[in-house]
Design a protein around this ligand. Structure first.
Ligand SMILES: [Zn+2]
Length: 308
């Protein structure tokens, strides 16, 4: 494995660098620098992507993994020295990405053998994120990192029209159709729904709509795939989505305020499951495909109506 194939996210000094690495679920000790190889080792499924520190003076990941146990403090010291240099960003944990997230060193699978990687730390909750954002492609992880770093450098970006909301989590979880409204359900189609996803999926078979009322997003999708699908679904699904989301934001002053708070930001949820109807798939295969981004378009349209 040639070191010049590595995707270097950040050079810490002349020896150590933060790079993207790929792991399979069952074997965190083996880190691949090549997504295709990791995918093959993972039975064809997308591997996990994380940030790891490499020693660029050695030539193979296996050597790195072994060396990392003894050199991680050196790596951290090098990093801290780097941070102390003029113009370096403030050193908080490892590196703040914005006012909510920081990169931090994490220890993986300490019961078995130890591997260190950069993980994310929630600055508000003062604890490591229990689930590190699960990137399925190298580009996805890299663009997340670059966006987070850019946001941190730019400060507040909410009213910046150049800014795109591509991930419906964290501050933007309320945009997600899985956002739990157990305490303030969406009243539509004659029923009260805990999630927008439940309300939307219920219309695949309106006769069974009541059974979707208490569904989480995942449950709603699963049930929606099983019910007898109405024949005109493809031609009505966009309208159903609009009606559901219109109700969601019209019925909650808080949610309406949060949507208005996104200012002029472009809303375009990214995914890697080839969904270019509702969002925008970021995989290589879809690079040339048209991104309809209907979900983003609906949310932006509702935001415009709220301004009036
Ligand atoms: Zn795709």
């Amino acid at each position: 494995m040639a070191m010049d194939n590595l995707t270097i996210v950040k050079e810490l000094d002349s020896r150590y660098a933060v790079v993207l690495g790929f792991c399979t679920k069952g074997d965190l000790d083996t880190v691949y620098d090549n997504e295709a190889e990791a995918r093959e080792a993972n039975g064809g499924n997308a591997p996990s992507v994380g940030f790891v520190i490499v020693d660029r003076t050695i030539s193979a990941w296996a050597d790195f993994a072994e060396l990392a146990f003894s050199c991680i403090e050196d790596a951290l010291r090098c990093y801290q020295e780097h941070m102390a240099s003029p113009g370096a960003k403030p050193d908080l944990l490892c590196m703040p990405l914005d006012d909510e997230l920081a990169l931090t060193l994490i220890e993986r699978d300490p019961s078995n053998s130890t591997m260190y990687a950069f993980g994310f730390y929630d600055l508000k909750a003062q604890q490591p994120l229990t689930s590190i954002p699960n990137f399925s492609t190298c580009n996805e992880a890299l663009s997340y990192y670059e966006q987070a770093l850019k946001d941190w450098e730019d400060g507040e970006v909410e009213d910046d029209e150049e800014f795109a909301i591509t991930d419906f989590s964290g501050d933007y979880a309320f945009l997600n159709n899985g956002f739990d409204q157990d305490d303030n359900p969406i009243h539509i189609f004659g029923w009260d729904f805990r999630t927008a996803e439940g309300a939307f999926q219920s219309q695949k078979c309106p006769e069974q709509a009541a059974s979707f009322m208490n569904c989480t997003s995942r449950e709603a999708k699963r049930m929606g795939a099983k019910v007898p699908l109405r024949k005109d679904w493809d031609s009505v699904r966009d309208i159903v989505m609009y009606e559901v989301l219109q109700a969601k934001f019209a019925q909650s002053a808080d949610l309406a305020q949060m949507l208005l708070g996104t200012g002029g930001a472009k809303i375009e949820p990214h995914n890697t499951r080839h969904d270019n109807h509702w969002g925008s798939c970021q995989c290589a295969e879809c690079a040339e495909k048209e991104k309809e981004n209907r979900l983003g378009a609906i949310l932006m349209r509702i935001r415009e109506t709220l301004k009036q």
